[in-house]
Design a binder for this molecule. Sequence first.
Ligand SMILES: Nc1ncnc2c1ncn2[C@@H]1O[C@H](COP(=O)(O)OP(=O)(O)OP(=O)(O)O)[C@@H](O)[C@H]1O
Ligand SMILES: C[C@@](O)(CCO)CC(=O)[O-]
Length: 549
Amino acid sequence: MQNGHSRKTNGSVRGSKSKNNKPRATVSELQARFAAINTTTTDNNSNDDSTDTSDGSILTPSTTSAPSPNAINSSSISSKMSHGHARKASSPMAPPFMVSAPGKVIVFGEHAVVHGKAALAAAISLRSYLLVTTLSKSHRTVTLNFRDIGLDHTWDIDKLPWDVFQHPSKKKMYYDLVTELDPELLEAMQPHVAAVSPDEAEDLRKIRQSSAAAFLYLFLSLGSPNAHAAVYTLRSTIPPGAGLGSSASVCVCISSALLLQIRTLAGPHPDQPPQEAEVQIERINRWAFVGEMCIHGNPSGVDNTVSAGGKAVLFRRDDYSKPPTVKSLHDFPELPLLLVNTNQPRSTKTEVAKVGRMRETHSRVTEAILNSIDQVTLSANEMISTMDFDDEDDDSNEALENFGALFRINHGLLVSLGVSHPRLERIRELVDYANIGWTKLTGAGGGGCAITLLRPNASAPTLRKLEQKLDSENFQRFETTLGGDGVGVLYPAVLRNGTTDEEGGEEIDQQKFENAVGNDGIEQLVGVGGGVNKTKKREGWKFWRIGGR
Ligand SMILES: Nc1ncnc2c1ncn2[C@@H]1O[C@H](COP(=O)(O)OP(=O)(O)OP(=O)(O)O)[C@@H](O)[C@H]1O
Ligand SMILES: C[C@@](O)(CCO)CC(=O)[O-]
């Protein structure tokens, strides 16, 4: 591990000083820089146009009517050039910026979705946050500082296998659809991945190395040898390896940060045409899927799709060489859900491989189970589009009973696939005894989380008793809301917190971000809205929104 680099940056935002004499960003100044992000880039068949900027800035000349500092710079450059005194104008260093992406719950269809069936999934309010700090030109390093998994590793940019990744037969464009990992690229990357935590116990080493591999594959595919030195600091409020799409949200963060750095994303901004926003989400999603392949082996892509686009979707991928079919579910109901973590670690890769093996040994039986799960998902989708879940009359209670039965059936089918766990069965047993709702595992199973759809008439004392029981048996309960925003950007990493333009805002530096305590600390510092009852949007964050929602 090379940790001797200085994490000091000259990319800090300028502005007024706060009471404690810390620099404060003047928001108009920063937003002028941000205007440049809101630029539609052209598919010019190169990823390199941006990575050789002299300053590490992700700014591009703005095509919006508002003049940006870069627009001014470029005109002054051309006037100097015309006088024969060509001298590169020094533009400001990219300020630290942050991206964030949500986790997800699969409401119906996990595992079956890997084999071409439908799945219904929704974003949750737990999220990952990635702070990108560009280092000055004198540095030639890229550092991953992924706090939750204790990953702190630095690579020398000039020693990475660019020659292999940049070879014309291998080079990928930022808009390409990559549906499988290239073994030669993996091989070239391998020694650099193996250098991550080589002396740790195998479990932890695997966790760190798979995240590092996801980052490196994307960094080498999207970047260039001229890439700017930077530190990528990640923190997440999603428990890792618990079925809540932690890996996908990390991959969406990495993909969006790198695509922003090479200036290939337009927006997000409030007036962005929905179709344009969709293209940006799709670009992020495609590369996040590549990252997921590095972590999972054989992902369906549902997790990264929900994490990138947010809200809720009906998803199917029957041909892996093509993009999946994704239908946004605009009217996804606010279901009363209880989300419980078994605290039983497991790996999605292992669970997916288990079902793959069963499909080989008991092909007809397994196919029948997967088809039944498909039918459950499609029935649920039909019910969602026709039912009024908010109507409290008896009919809708009956409808909810029918909907709840689909949870029970889906769980039973997953048990048959061999992906439950005694701890998951214990949650189901406790909920069934309390007669309080319908439970299924969510995500890959083998441990991880269960979701319970609560009966509307479940009494508060019964619910409290159940919660106590779960707590006493070391289960972890989560409060979350479904159907929130997908990937978002805070550029620069300054929160306004109600301050005026002149007062500037609160700059989120690496130290503050690292030191935030627990999920509450992270959400208070940078949260895009937080969990239940914290729906107020934080100023500064912007999201690409499908359908302009
Ligand atoms: N906070 C995090 N920081 C860095 N890497 C993470 C983080 N959370 C997850 N990962 C990466 O993702 C891997 C866990 O992915 P896995 O798919 O097994 O779980 P999951 O995504 O939480 O579950 P599911 O795919 O069932 O929703 C870890 O081994 C690690 O490589
Ligand atoms: C088990 C699985 O279906 C869901 C993991 O969240 C795997 C996948 O879709 O990639």
